[in-house]
Design a protein around this ligand. Structure first.
Ligand code: NAD
Length: 482
């Protein structure tokens, strides 16, 4: 079925938009066209920002809701998302190639859990805090107010989870939003809009304008926007950061990564024990995940063993149609993205990397943008595939001498987003984790927690999603000395 409905959601209504261009949505596993929908324009962004401003300013709009009312409405939104789980999971998987087993958890149960978490925080956040004065001359009332209209821009790789990361804290704070999803994943954003409408969110509280980067850039610099929150590539993040710097507009930037998995010399490499966690930390979502540990740091004393384990893991995965429940690795999201990933594989070979798993296209899959899960051994940390984000199922195994050397190599990266440490001694693992310069890291596992701040350092961005930190990033502070 080809989806042709209006997908712009402005002021609580689905609209056709004011332009003539359409977004063509293609199934990444079959290359079939599954949607032709209107593409947002500048005029649509103007209308969406105006609707968000009205809802923020209007006593009957989102801005007039008490914290308790916001929490109730957000819980209804979570319920409506849950009611659409099957459709959302199928939409995400067909568009970006995410295996259905993964989208059925992280693109459905998880986003509603994020919204419920922030509904809980909304109900408990102190809008006026009385603080005793330090010098005894008087006290202070610290007032927390919503920043206003938020421009939220998300990528295609975890479209619903990342939408929830943006929508949850913004709505909890009392802000209204204009959300710009990627054109690659517009169909699930339409289902999110349906959920917002069914939940009875006041018109304009959440507006959705699917479009490409030019319209995204227009939204970022729009005079009616008070705060920008962006997840995507480092290149786009730099450009958005520059614009927000000039405008002195608060901005959260969640960008790319090239994280390290540090295998300590006491690690148990039994894949029956660690295979599932290792897969989640290094390969999840076909490698199209920002926090993946794509540099495997192995002690020289056990280098061959680590290469064998990682290569066995890569070689054992079921690659196939994202909608097939047995698939562990689906296709790349677009043809252009597969070209990019294959370009890195060619570069890795040209720079002397030794392919120990994959390296090509899987046999028997004539359609779809598939790449074999690939492992390179004998990689130096200075080579291109160890430095640049590939965003595909491609790992590099890099040798280190001792623990200090491992930490040095882990930190020798432009990025600092995720990471992991693998060891039989959790205390030792935590000690190493504390030395890695990164925003998040796991010991014998990796999974962002909804209640903990998530984000990066260095070229991985600034500011944090999730946790109370993301809510605080949508609140303005005023000190009233009394
Ligand atoms: P991208 O930067 O090309 O696009 C992301 C979104 O930003 C899209 O909606 C796009 O239309 C929009 N956009 C692009 N340039 C823009 C600009 N100048 N102004 C305004 N909007 C703009 O990234 P992508 O290819 O869609 O996603 C993959 C990237 O996202 C990877 O680098 C990945 O690491 C990163 N990512 C980061 C996180 C995180 O939390 N740190 C999570 C997921 C993905």
């Amino acid at each position: 079925m080809v989806h042709t409905h209006d997908t712009l959601f402005i002021g609580g209504e689905f609209v056709a938009g004011q332009g003539n261009d359409t977004i063509t949505v293609v199934n990444a596993s079959t290359e079939e066209v599954i949607g032709r929908v209107p593409e947002g324009t500048r005029a649509d962004v103007d209308a969406a920002v105006a609707a968000a401003r009205r809802s923020f300013a209007d006593p009957g709009g989102w801005g007039g809701f008490t914290a308790h009312q916001r929490a109730e409405a957000m819980n209804r939104l979570a319920d409506e998302l849950d009611a659409r789980q099957k459709d959302i999971a199928a939409a995400v998987s067909s568009q970006n190639g995410m295996p259905l087993g993964l989208s059925s958890q992280f693109e459905v149960n998880y986003p509603s859990a994020v919204i419920r978490y922030y509904a809980g925080l909304a109900a408990t956040t102190e809008e006026l805090e009385h603080r005793a004065g330090f010098l005894g001359a008087g006290d202070t009332l610290v007032q927390r107010s919503p920043m206003g209209v938020v421009a939220a821009i998300v990528p295609w790789n975890f479209p619903q989870a990342l939408t929830a990361w943006k929508v949850g804290p913004a709505l909890a704070a009392g802000c209204t939003l204009v959300l710009k999803p990627s054109p690659e994943t517009v169909l699930d954003s339409c289902l999110f809009a349906e959920a917002a409408k069914a939940a009875g969110l006041p018109p304009g509280a959440v507006n959705i304008v699917p479009a490409g980067r030019e319209i995204g850039a227009y939204l970022v610099s729009h005079p009616g926007v008070d705060k920008v929150t962006f997840t995507g590539s480092t290149a786009a993040g730099r450009s958005i950061g520059e614009v927000c710097g000039r405008l002195l507009r608060p901005v959260t930037l969640e960008l790319g990564g090239k994280s390290a998995a540090v295998f300590l010399d006491d690690v148990d490499l039994d894949l029956a024990a660690i295979g599932e966690s290792l897969f989640a930390a290094c390969f999840i979502n076909n490698g199209q995940t920002c926090f993946l540990s794509s540099r495997i740091l192995a002690p020289r004393s056990r280098y061959d063993e680590v290469v064998d384990a990682i290569s066995t893991l890569a070689g054992s995965m079921t690659v196939g149609d994202a909608l097939d429940p047995v698939t562990q690795v689906g296709p790349m999201a677009t043809a252009a993205h597969r070209d990019r990933v294959e370009g890195y594989i060619a570069k890795g070979k040209a720079e002397g990397g030794r392919v120990t798993a994959g390296g090509g296209r899987p046999a028997g899959l004539a359609k779809g943008w598939f790449v074999e899960p690939t492992v390179f051994a004998d990689v130096d940390n200075s080579s291109t595939i160890a430095r640049e984000e590939i965003f595909g199922p491609v790992l590099s195994v890099i040798a280190y001498d001792d623990e200090d050397d491992a930490v040095r190599i882990a930190n020798d990266s432009e990025y600092g987003l995720g990471g992991s440490v693998w060891t039989s001694d959790p205390a030792r693992g935590q000690a190493v984790a504390r030395r890695v310069r990164t925003g998040t890291i796991g010991v014998n596992r990796y999974l962002p927690d909804i209640a903990a701040p998530f984000g990066g350092v260095k070229a991985s961005g600034g500011g944090r999603d999730l946790g109370p930190e993301a809510l605080a990033a949508h609140l303005e502070l005023k000190s009233i000395y009394v």
